[in-house]
Design a protein around this ligand. Sequence first.
Ligand SMILES: [Zn+2]
Length: 294
Amino acid sequence: MWTEVRIIIINKRIPGGPQTILGPAGCGPDVAILEADAGATIVTLDERDDRLPLLLDSLKPYDKDWSERRRDRFTEEELESARLLVMRYVFPDGRIFTGPRMGTTYDMSHACKRCGAGARQTSALIIEGEHLALLEDRRAAATCYNDMLVDEKLAAALAQSGATGLELRGVFAAFENRGHFQLPWRQLCATHTLPPMSPRTTGIELSQPCPCGRGCFARLDKAPTRLAYRASDVADIRDVNVTWEWYGYSKFNGDVHDAVLPYPLFLVTPKVFRIFRDAGVTGFDWIPIHVVDE
Ligand SMILES: [Zn+2]
């Protein structure tokens, strides 16, 4: 594992251009890419690279003119030997809208009355028809609320693999005035919820705290996501699981129809990861959990 640091610099905000900072820090074209259209320069470094402290030091005076993102990168062997992997879609093309406001229905009887964490989907998934192009040339994707979508062939491969904890649902596209059309896609659902994670988890924050303790969490940009579970928490896992914690943003006043619901993260075993990998699926980050003592 190594930690990748991406520094995104807004070119025009640096007097004399980003070269005045990159040059002295020794960051050449091997690590710095000029995105002329976006007016930005992206520097990608290993966290242990000696050039990183030099670069961060020279960026200090330009407080809001650059940003920093950190994520862990793994070898194939590390992914293969993980207990569980967080399955995170990186939205390479854009976000597919869905949720209660598209007509998908939810049972809220066991959900938190304040944030909606624990909502149970009771219908097929209905996505915005206008966003269908985002599924073209893909075999798997996720909606803006982390609903996992797989094409029919991949859904069949998952079902045939005997992966546990897996439930597949239909997916429909909704078009204004033209009704709903079933798509050759399936929604991948988890029947098993993990216990609460270990407090040794890092890289996430409670962005919208709710008294239920389940929501709402958000991923930090500046620190890699490192979910930690005690060995006893993962003794009884399935191949497909969701977190007890819910993420995202919540807007729920008791009426689910116009609610914005948070969502759990998907954690899968390497068996599921291999099926996605062998199908040539792209657009996902796979992040091993950390198994800890407490
Ligand atoms: Zn809550």
